[in-house]
Design a protein around this ligand. Structure first.
Ligand code: GLA
Length: 652
């Protein structure tokens, strides 16, 4: 791996004539590029006909990069099978839930379960490792591209065959399957394994437990396609990764299951150009990536210099935004600043996507900013490998995400990300760095654990949360958590079955609100989406509903349990209301945070360095922080200019 923080991006030289490729290397050096990802979409160039391999072109490019001291993250090209493959194996093209065969000419056009696709993928990995495994420029492997985006679940014949095997293995008996899926409802009992189909589109709701299992199965199929290649590539002794699309565009992969299978966590992040304060979502994506990496460093594999072509409007980044974005990822644990892509394509689907070299060439603001960012990144070597620690964790469980967003929930406004985003934003504005955790994880080290609408909660996970509180932890649970088990079956008794005891209450009935309806809490906070009838058992009420269907009943409660406290928020608060209330919970849990900074200043500590990122329009003065600003090389003056960044090495 490059020394220091890696800088560069996806490089697709196959789109350019030789003179441009030669210029590329010269410009990469000028910008301080030290790592590029190659080959991700180049299957047909590597294998122009079945079993005919051509790597001469790739040898030349890798050698050219090597002579310029630029390292290579070498991709396996399985995201886009060649036209010959699609013609020879038409049944390897994925099928959507609606039964539509995915057309060629795009990408993600092969099914991860198809035997011919698997065999071809393995052969490619073998060729690549044999040829480049010992090449000094090749420092790591990049398998496939963004598994699950856009193709999460495939409904083709190969998938259905693999699904039946997966079910046999999971349940062993049809009795167990029938019980878990609740097939007594709507007369769906299965008497033979081969009667079971994929939960394909139907004109009304399909069994939710079957859907949930299919989501698990689809995740495992992609994962096993990854593992197949990884095990071959690992023969080189070099690290293997695949790029996640963690919080953007992809909820179909359960990344808690993927993370242990990667040698280094890599994530792609794209800002939602339309969203105000989208740097908060960026921070969340980075925190999630670090959490997947177990708190250690990870790689930002892709982000954009400016506009993104696949959003409704290609919103350009404002002055300084690319720099703030890049450094925010590093602040939260990334050991790289990598982009999609090096040079803007002149043709093809992504020609309107920004790049490190725009169509305008090097006489452009983007290029000047890239060169200057490369210099900044070069100064951040002391940050590398530094760890970020957090006192607060938030539960993030993909299975619950999938389950909550199936059809026919008590309210169509219930969304996993809606609650996660609301809590995350409130914590971000409080300058609290967050780790994300699976509900079964070891959470004993945190002062506070937030559980935002974790609808699906296995009994064992609920017990884990309960033990945490018992031994002194603080838990904040939002409504509609702990409602069903892993089969989408309601936990027995009053809601929330899995958490009643630790919360010291029960919920008799849900009262979802109409679209624009709101409810008010004592103290004035306003809730949307949700109201419910809470019955106190041992918990005490801290706020009540003052209007709406549950007027006079508890809206926020606290329950002393063992050595800790479990709080419960029965309303969907947001913005300043949520922040104020969360502030009380953070205080009770003893979570330390700066009190005198504007909520536009991002402050994150990584190793010995404090990153100060000013997203506001006015300069911010920070007191009590001394050391060298790595970006200027001079002592930190205490001032962070509007839109500016300081990285203060407090150990200096
Ligand atoms: C994804 C892909 C890239 C590219 C970018 C564009 O993240 O991995 O190949 O398409 O989107 O934003």
């Amino acid at each position: 791996m490059p020394e220091g923080i890696a800088f560069g991006g996806d490089y697709n030289p196959e789109q350019w004539p030789l003179e441009v490729q030669e210029e590329d290397v010269r410009l990469m050096r000028q910008a301080g590029v030290n790592l590029v990802s190659l080959g991700i979409f180049a299957w047909v160039l590597m294998e122009p006909a079945e079993g005919v391999y051509e790597f001469g072109w790739l040898d030349t490019i890798i050698d050219r990069l090597h002579s310029a001291d630029i390292s290579v993250n070498l991709g396996t090209p399985t995201t886009v099978p060649p036209a010959w493959f699609s013609r020879k194996y038409p049944d390897a093209s994925p099928m959507t839930r609606e039964g539509v065969r995915v057309g060629a000419g795009a990408r993600e056009t092969a099914c991860s379960s198809h035997p011919a696709f698997r065999a071809a993928s393995a052969r490619l990995a073998e060729r690549l490792v044999a040829r480049y495994g010992e090449h000094p420029a090749v420092v790591m492997w990049h398998v496939h591209n963004e598994y699950g985006a856009p193709l999460g679940e495939c409904y083709c014949e190969s998938s259905v065959a693999a699904w039946r095997d997966w079910l046999r293995h999971r349940y062993e008996s049809l009795d167990a399957l029938n019980t878990s899926w609740g097939t007594a409802f709507w007369g769906q009992h299965y008497g033979e394994w081969d009667e079971i189909d994929a939960p394909r589109w139907s004109h009304t709701v399909v069994n939710p437990a079957q859907r949930l299992d299919y989501a698990r199965f689809a995740n495992e199929e992609h994962l096993s396609h990854y593992r197949l290649q990884r095990d071959i590539l690992r023969q080189s002794g070099k690290p293997v990764t695949t790029n996640f699309a963690g919080t953007v565009n992809c909820k179909s992969m359960d990344l808690w299951r993927w993370a242990p299978e990667l040698d280094v966590i890599a994530n792609d992040h794209y800002l939602n150009g339309e969203q105000p304060d989208n740097h908060i979502q960026l921070a969340m994506s980075a925190d999630l990536s670090r959490s997947l990496a177990g708190g250690g460093p990870w790689l930002l594999m892709e982000h954009s210099t400016s506009a993104i072509s696949w959003q409704p409007r290609g919103i350009a980044k404002r002055p300084g935004e690319m720099r703030r974005n890049s450094l925010a990822h590093v602040a939260r644990g990334s050991d790289s600043v990598l982009f999609f892509q090096w040079r803007a394509s002149r043709y093809g689907a992504e020609k309107w996507h920004s790049a490190m070299i725009p169509h305008a060439g090097t006489d452009s603001q983007i290029w000047r900013d890239v060169v200057s960012l490369g210099a900044d990144v070069g100064r951040l070597a002391p940050v590398k490998d530094g760890r970020v620690t957090s006192e607060v964790a938030m539960v993030w469980d993909w299975e619950s995400y999938w389950a909550l967003e199936l059809e026919w929930r008590p309210s169509g406004d219930l969304r996993f990300r809606e609650r996660v985003d609301a809590f995350y934003e409130a914590l971000w504005r409080e300058h609290v760095t967050v780790d994300f955790v699976h509900p079964s994880a070891d959470i004993s080290g945190y002062r506070l654990v937030v559980v935002p609408s974790s609808y699906l909660l296995a009994e064992s996970s609920a017990k884990n949360l309960q033990r945490y509180v018992e031994s002194g932890g603080h838990l904040l649970v939002s409504y509609f958590s702990g409602i069903v088990d892993e089969n989408d079956t309601v936990h027995a008794g009053a809601y929330p079955g899995a958490l009643r005891e630790v919360l010291g209450l029960s919920v008799e009935e849900f009262h979802p609100l109409r679209e624009l309806e709101t409810v008010t809490l004592t103290g004035g906070a306003t809730g949307r989406i949700w109201s419910e009838r809470v019955r106190l058992e041992r918990a005490v009420a801290m706020r009540h509903f003052t209007d709406g269907p549950d007027t006079g009943h508890p809206a926020l409660t606290a329950n002393a349990f063992g050595g800790g406290t479990a709080s419960y928020l029965a309303a969907a608060l947001g913005g300043d209301d949520l922040r104020a209330l969360l502030g009380e919970v953070l205080d009770r849990a003893g979570v330390s945070r700066p009190r005198d900074l504007p909520d536009t200043l991002e402050l994150v500590r990584r190793g010995a360095c404090a990153f100060l990122i000013n997203h506001g329009d006015a300069p911010v003065t920070v007191t009590g922080l001394t050391g060298t600003d790595l970006l200027t090389g001079a002592p930190f003056t205490g001032e962070v200019p509007a839109g500016g960044v300081a990285v203060v090495n407090e150990a200096s």
